[in-house]
Design a protein around this ligand. Structure first.
Ligand code: FPP
Length: 241
């Protein structure tokens, strides 16, 4: 579909970040294995992407796998990696058509080699698109990201190439993996939990937070659109009056 020009939707969030929670509960409620919940959750990912394209949202960041998720049972980790591979295979076909650019954040070196290669190829192939950027957070942890940024600044200061007094918020943000990406305006979490779970801790400082009661596999385009409508009703003050 043709996208409406941004000016028609002045209050649309530029960047939406999502904590996709409740796949396990969705499966349990149906007497199914957890991997079925994740598989249904992968369908909701497509819904979220389509809703963002229809609204003219520029960035969508999805928390697909946290650094803590590695401690889940091996068969669940394998199922999640398999779903990611399948998603990337399918997306290789239609990200072009949809003009969606793929970016990733997280410790990708921990992912299977095959998955890393797919991600590299798809990032490369879609790098020119500007309509929507899909940022997949994979093996991601915000504290780890912040520690890496601090370490890189400390190394430069120790080498005498950086004056510690010159470090400000912009310098720090430029060392995060999200450098160049605007901070999320809206953070959505499903399944009713009121936590941020080590997700984008620096970047969500001023994000509006919306918690939805439903589990992620039940998330549809209209849920994202309703969250955006709620976001537009909120008065954003950035700490001022
Ligand atoms: C949280 O549910 C969800 C995850 C740990 C993984 C999210 C993954 C997907 C939606 C599918 C694959 C992703 C892509 C990009 C294709 P949970 O298992 O913690 O649920 P629970 O809290 O109910 O147990």
């Amino acid at each position: 579909m043709t996208q409406a020009p941004m000016s028609e939707f002045p209050d649309i969030p530029r960047h939406i970040a999502v904590i996709m929670d409740g796949n396990g509960r969705w499966a349990r409620e149906r007497g199914k294995p957890r991997r079925d919940g994740h598989r249904a959750g992968a369908e909701s990912v497509r819904e979220a992407i389509d809703a963002c394209r229809e609204l003219g949202v520029e960035y969508l960041t999805l928390y697909a796998f946290s650094s803590e998720n590695w401690s889940r049972p091996a068969d669940e980790v394998t199922a999640l990696m398999g779903l990611l591979d399948r998603f990337l295979d399918e997306k290789a076909r239609d990200l072009d058509k949809q003009k969606v650019r793929l970016l990733t954040i997280g410790q990708l070196e921990r992912l299977p080699e095959k998955t890393r290669r797919k991600l590299d190829r798809l990032r490369d192939r879609t790098r020119g698109y500007t309509d929507l950027t899909l940022v997949l957070a994979l093996s991601y942890g915000a504290r780890e990201e912040i520690v890496r940024a601090a370490r890189s600044l400390a190394a430069e200061a120790a080498a005498g190439r950086l004056d510690p007094e010159s470090i400000d918020c912009a310098t720090f943000a430029s060392r995060l993996q999200t450098a160049g990406i605007p901070d999320p305006d809206l953070l959505i979490r499903t399944s009713g939990e009121m936590r941020v779970s080590n997700f984008l801790l620096w970047q969500i400082s001023y994000a509006e937070i919306i918690i939805l009661g439903k589990n992620w596999p039940d998330f549809r385009k209209d849920d994202l659109k309703a969250a955006v409508a709620e976001y537009r009703r909120r008065h954003r003050r950035f700490g001022g009056l």
